[in-house]
Design a protein around this ligand. Structure first.
Ligand SMILES: [Zn+2]
Length: 98
């Protein structure tokens, strides 16, 4: 389950508990149920996270077909997963100011 924090009040936001959600210019926005602030994912973090996910996927495929030996695939997958997880946890959401 993907849980994130509201950058304004620290309230936990997740897709089910968010007051409202909408898409604005292709960016997924969530409204905090506690303070009604809109926030969205940090764009740079989202890019890094996607790179991590792609690396994880590539590594899994490589591991499955044993491309590049039995070590490299799993290392790619593991590193990609770490990158994705780290950006998700470490980079705070951005406040949306209309
Ligand atoms: Zn809030």
């Amino acid at each position: 389950m993907k849980t994130q924090q509201c950058p304004a009040c620290g309230h936990k936001i997740n897709l089910k508990q968010a007051a409202e959600a909408k898409k604005l210019n292709g960016i997924f926005m969530l409204q905090c149920a506690n303070c009604k602030q809109w926030s969205h994912e940090n764009r740079k973090a989202a890019i890094v996270k996607n790179v991590g996910l792609i690396l994880m996927l590539t590594g899994s495929v490589m591991g499955y077909f044993q491309l590049g030996g039995i070590i490299i695939g799993p290392i790619f997958a593991f590193t990609g997963g770490l990158i994705a997880l780290a950006t998700q946890l470490a980079v705070p959401r951005k406040l949306h100011t209309p």
